[in-house]
Design a binder for this molecule. Sequence first.
Ligand code: BES
Ligand code: ZN
Ligand code: ZN
Length: 492
Amino acid sequence: MKLSIEKKDYSKVKSEAVVLGVFEKFSFPKEPFCKTIEEEAKKARFDGNVGESFFLKGTHFDGKVVLVLGLGKEDEYSIEKIRVALSNAVRKLKERFIESAVFAIHPEKSKDDFKETISTIAEVIVLTNRKFDRYITDRKKLFFGLNEAIIVIKELNKKAEEGIKKGKTLSEAVVFARDLITLPSNEVTPTYLAQEAMSIAKAYNFKAKILNEKECKKLGMNAFLTVAQGSKNQPKFIHLTYQNENAKKSIGIIGKGLTFDSGGISLKPAQGMGAMKSDMSGAAAVLATMKAIGELKPEVNVEMIIAACENMPSGKAYRPGDIIYTMSGKSIEVQNTDAEGRLTLADAITYTQKQKVDEIIDLATLTGACMIALGPDIAGIMGNDQNLINSLISISKKTGDSLWQLPLEEGYFRFIKSPIADICNNSSVRWGGAITAGLFLKFFVEKKIKWAHIDIAGPAYRDDDLNENHKAEGAGFGVRLLVNYLLGQKKV
Ligand code: BES
Ligand code: ZN
Ligand code: ZN
């Protein structure tokens, strides 16, 4: 899509439609058609609430369709409100098969930073507009949404230009993550993820290391390899490094990379198993983050780690009851082969700690329990450093990747004690599963390292159409959160 920002009167821009934002208790622009709007607004029961909208009858300003969009209270106008209102508007345009639109939604009135406001507008337009349709062979039946969007503003300045660049970069990265998640496991294998990582490394000059099974074995990554052993698809351990000359800190970002999770011998029920192609959503998020930081160049060093493999039942698969030694030397009793993510992450954490990082953030579709606790829109965050958790939560409020902190209650460690090994991969009780999974990971984190774990099982993959997201697609959850967190490091 062609996306641009212009200092122009919306009525003078050439396009098929105009989205005209109005605040609650609106007073319409002094235009000849303003009386018509007021009458039609009344008829449409339109109050200007966030996301309310209606199409004006006929066309205006040289044949344009006009969508009047509610932006809520003027003094509360913010990035959060823009996300809701604008995604509704783009959906409406799509329903009318509109291909080009000008957006007059007053970004200068937002309470938030102007650059971030413009970036958000760009993100919402691109992401709401786009739908995953690669496998539909009858292309004639498809409507591809807007192919041109123009945002009009009062003053063109540096912040506006930077906002557009950031918004484009972020939305491209999120689309990249969504594609990876939505593509099925017969395409996206561990090798495929490794190839994607290699092409990102090439494009941005990152150091790249892809370890095969033999090399992982040498390093003692038995927990990771044990999960992988049931599948004929070879595991790949993926490590990218981004370095910035002004960096004062090194941050490890780890993504759970199960390209398919059947549950293994502890097989999952058939219903909904297909969605487990999305069990690499953490990996997709960290890969997409690397793509974005290659463009935006934050002042920090980043080590990106993915232990990519597939969890399958077979004659070679691991079994409940097996005991394995991790790369850290600690032993794990396996009681459920479906609790595989924490096994792969245990070795990934140990490896990352050897890269001399100051902090680790991991993103993982780790537990159904987290989804039960927080529902489909919110991820759970846990960790050993409240400042790190607080900064991530505060950033998430602006990026739209909602987080809620769960307590890493030490007392619950008793549920994952093993009578014959150092720890068990399955809890002895049914409750608190997101927390016991968090405690399991914590067992492998050195005390000196600040660590946050984000369980994205709920929001990683969409069952419903919501705002920027589409049904049965990956959400790209966490990409904007991580990128903004890394960009914020320059002040440290
Ligand atoms: N990948 C799943 C978690 C998951 C469930 C992600 C639903 C997204 C949606 C994970 O590997 C898993 O199966 N976890 C088990 C852990 C249990 C066996 C301790 C779970 O949550 O049931
Ligand atoms: Zn599982
Ligand atoms: Zn899993």
